[in-house]
Design a protein around this ligand. Sequence first.
Ligand SMILES: N[C@@H](CCC[C@H](N)C(=O)O)C(=O)O
Length: 271
Amino acid sequence: MQGLGNDFVVFDGVRQQIEVDAALVQRLADRRFGIGCDQILLVEPPRSPDTDFYYRIFNADGSEVEQCGNGARCFARFVRDQGLSDRTVIPVGTAAGAIRLYLEADGQVRVDMGAPVFTPSRLPFAADAETPDATYPLDIAGKIYQIGAVSMGNPHAVLLVDDVSTAPVATLGPLLEQHPRFSRRVNVGFMQIVTPAAIRLRVYERGAGETLACGTGACAAVVSGRQRGLLAERVQVTLPGGTLRIDWAGQGQSVWMTGPAVRVFDGEIEH
Ligand SMILES: N[C@@H](CCC[C@H](N)C(=O)O)C(=O)O
């Protein structure tokens, strides 16, 4: 499946027993020797009575993580297409808490991603104290960059750039992803503000490298832009793979993400 070109192998772990480990994920995610994907998603039975499913996410490098926005939209499309659910509103448990997926009449999927978290220790990010705009100076290879630090269930660092097309994603991305102040690594967003209602964004993802789109990255960028007083409540986020709509009313409120989710092919894996 794919959401704006951020691609996934999705497993039905409700009807079949599946053991996923890092070696299997790395093998399947390999674009030359495997199927190829940015993340592997696992649909599992619910772990609490207020949810219909449990959603697990593995990066291409084998690491299991807390949240994935584009994957959440694909998750909704998958459980409907596979006949695992006939609902249009689907509550789903994740390692980062419950989210709600809404299958819209026009084919788009809208997701209540929950409220962002700014407390540095909850990303985790090493900082003396939380700042009002959630930005922090960070020394990267001897140069100071001002980054926004936001958790959308998973950790994000957001940098402002003048032009995303020339942003140093391939060089600065990995240095920031592995920065020692982010003890569990971090997803790195490079955000260009076009107008208060439109941004361009590229994301160097933890455990996957630069992807064509990152849903939680889009949410984190809009939240960080709003915390800095630069963005409106509704923002069109243009990523290399397409456009997402992100809505965030402010502190304590859920971030809403709306966009497409596409099944590319079905298959069986022999083992
Ligand atoms: N592509 C995703 C995010 C996947 C997880 C991320 N790389 C992490 O390690 O937190 C999205 O659409 O949000």
